[in-house]
Write a protein that binds this ligand. Structure first.
Ligand SMILES: [Zn+2]
Length: 258
């Protein structure tokens, strides 16, 4: 049973109790307040994937392993991704890329390069639209499957890991992930790099929050390329000095506690 189901049952029981035992205007105000509180809880559940509110998501590896995973969303990007791949190669770090299906088809050569250089190519839906997460389970599953097929055609390997756009979840996420046989992946450290014009805050945020098993969420599309590279160099240097090893999501997943 998901947390969403439990919260909904409790909400309905409380609401029924109030409707039966409270009358008049105070009863209506109380019922409205309970409904509002329920909606706020749902909103929090949609926004924070690591709460596992609607579906079980993999948002952190084993807390007793000194490993972390770098993840890059929304690519591949013709400008940023080649620079990032070069830098990852120099640093000898393997990353996991949550790619948008449309971009996979436009820049197939970069997907080949990712796979050839030992990175993990993962699924981030086909269109990554504002409302993609709220498509019907069937349409959402079609988005995931179409991207998986595009990646498999290029790399020969069907991606097992799926990250919902913006990390938003709802009951449809769980159904679509089940239909497509995908493991839902979140994060526990968010770079908030999309609007960064200098690397400082993102570096501070990541190095301050990273811990054993952390999944670090960054972007290789829609970001300033220079900032992206500066962030990568500094966090790799900082975390390695602190004894962390960088691994791909599949390795982190295999280390997770039962
Ligand atoms: Zn995204």
């Amino acid at each position: 049973m998901t947390k969403f189901t439990v919260v909904t049952i409790v909400f309905l029981l409380i609401l029924a109790f109030v409707m039966v035992f409270s009358t008049g205007a105070p009863g209506l105000v109380l019922a409205a307040s309970i409904c509002l509180a329920y909606l706020i809880v749902l909103g929090i559940g949609v926004s924070f994937i690591k709460l596992n509110f609607f579906t079980k998501a993999f948002s952190r590896g084993n807390p007793s392993e000194k490993t972390v995973a770098l993840t890059y969303d929304d690519g591949p990007d013709p400008e940023n991704t080649p620079r990032l791949l070069d830098e990852l190669s120099k640093l000898q770090v393997k990353a996991s890329f949550f790619c948008i299906g449309e971009n996979v088809e436009k820049h197939a050569g970069l997907i080949t390069q990712m796979a050839d250089e030992g990175h993990l190519v993962c699924n981030h839906t086909y269109r990554h639209g504002r409302w993609t997460n709220f498509l019907t389970p069937g349409k959402l599953a079609a988005e995931i499957s179409r991207t998986a097929e595009s990646i498999e055609k290029i790399t020969g390997e069907r991606p097992a890991f799926y990250r919902p756009p913006m990390g938003l979840t709802n009951p449809r996420t769980a159904k679509a992930a089940k239909t497509t046989g995908s493991a839902v992946v979140g994060w526990d450290v968010r770079g908030l790099d999309r609007k960064a014009t200098s690397p400082g805050k993102t570096i501070k945020r990541i190095t301050g929050k990273a811990r054993n098993g952390s999944i670090i969420a960054l972007h290789d599309s829609g970001v300033d390329g220079k900032v992206m590279i500066a962030v990568l160099r500094e966090i790799v240097d900082n975390l390695r000095k602190r004894g962390f090893t960088f691994v791909r999501i599949d390795e982190l997943y295999s280390q997770r506690e039962a």
